[in-house]
Ligand binder design. Sequence first.
Ligand code: HEC
Length: 473
Amino acid sequence: MRAFTVPLRGMLAMLTCVAACASCSEAGASVQLYKSDPDFIWNRVHRILHARVSQAGEEYGSDNLDPPLWPETRYLLTGESHRQALMVLDEFLALHSERMITDPLQRAIFQHDLWSVFDWSDGPTLQNGTPAERLALQSRLARIIQRVALSRVEIEKLPDNLQAAAQASSDDLRELPTDIFRLHGPWVCVFPGGGAGQAPVHRGFNRESSFLVFFSLPGGQEQTRAYLKRLDESRQPWILTRYHPQDPQFILKNPSLPQFPPGTRVALLRQMLLVDISGEVVPTHLTESIQMRAYKTVPADSSAVGQQEDLEFRLSRTLLFAGRAGGLRRIKADDTEFPVFMTQGDDPFEGSESPPALPIIKRCGACHEGNGIYTVRSYANELAPRSGPAELPGLFEGTPAELIQGASKPTERNGMTWAYCRAFGSDRKRCVLRGDCLLAREQSPVLKHVGPRSAQSNSTAGAQSSSRNLLST
Ligand code: HEC
């Protein structure tokens, strides 16, 4: 995870919006995720990595999508929490605790959670200079990630929880877009121009998830495609200007962009990636969240502010394991959290003052305020980190399966390949040249203990193909 500063209007105003932290009370009980006994080792690993305790003694975050860890966090990297984390992880490894749970869904969630912490600990912007501690943590996390890994076949068989949610007739999920993948349904999957890849800001932050953006005009796919065409044909979609002295590439919107009508919806779908037994990154059908904006008014004046309804549906591990509505729940208007996406990077649990948790839904407007197309970040993303001149904006139709495959390619950007190597003590150059990273170091002892028998017989072939991938990157 990376630090992004948030040059956003409205953010300061929101900080004053104090509400009791809804997630705090939810996470209040000690973790009982994998078995009812909080001392069960899988629960203890989850608790030490994913739950934080506030100065008032409240436990927070154990069922949050992302671990409550920020670029400035010292938790897990220094002092007692570091020592405790290593102890619990060492116990897991020494006792081969990966054998204690065979359910593929639980193994998948556990692995993905460990990968998120790994990714945070590997953040390029991590400020607090603890290389030895990071490596100590990473080497243990990487080994457990590998030990609980599923085979590709097992990953493919994991449930499609969006479909499960579609079958649950829950009032709470009435507006969940369960038809988002339907072939001739109302949605068109789009990707931004400029070659930055799908949802580059979110991907830069969550390398262990894939993201897809969808568009739906009220007239369905036909009207949506016609609109995308008009947008593409608009001659000068965005005007570059020296508007801001600190940012010479600052982009101003062209007030004559084609607008879409009220009733249009946009959606951002986040799904889980996993690391399979051969160390390759594999997509799943497990939906982690869907964010949506439904446009109620789109004023003719481009600089006016239209009305939007902001919605978010998120995965809860507890609901998923209980088999309730695919584990998805709607975020309520007054639910709050300590956001980890695009913050200044400070850890709210470690400062001298305890800042308030922020309302989740109210925060949407901080990044998406405006009118119609001008609120669509994927079109021309001023928030995307950029080293050179701004890229030409655009929004084009894409195929979900291909875009997801793109997100799981083992590139340096998704981090896992070389992060793994480092965690296992191989240097990156050698690893890329010779393909001898983690698989060479941990392969034989570890793969013997991976899940079901069928997974073991696949493992050698998988490991070889992964080495080939490494060599070809
Ligand atoms: C801190 C900034 C930030 C906040 C807060 C935020 N988003 Fe976004 N959102 C983005 C960025 C940036 C993108 C563009 C995709 C990318 O590059 O990752 C985006 C993309 C989207 C998209 C896809 C369409 C588009 O605009 O590109 C939807 C839908 C969306 N967000 C909904 C929401 C909702 C609903 C909320 C609140 C629950 C929210 N967002 C909160 C930054 C934010």
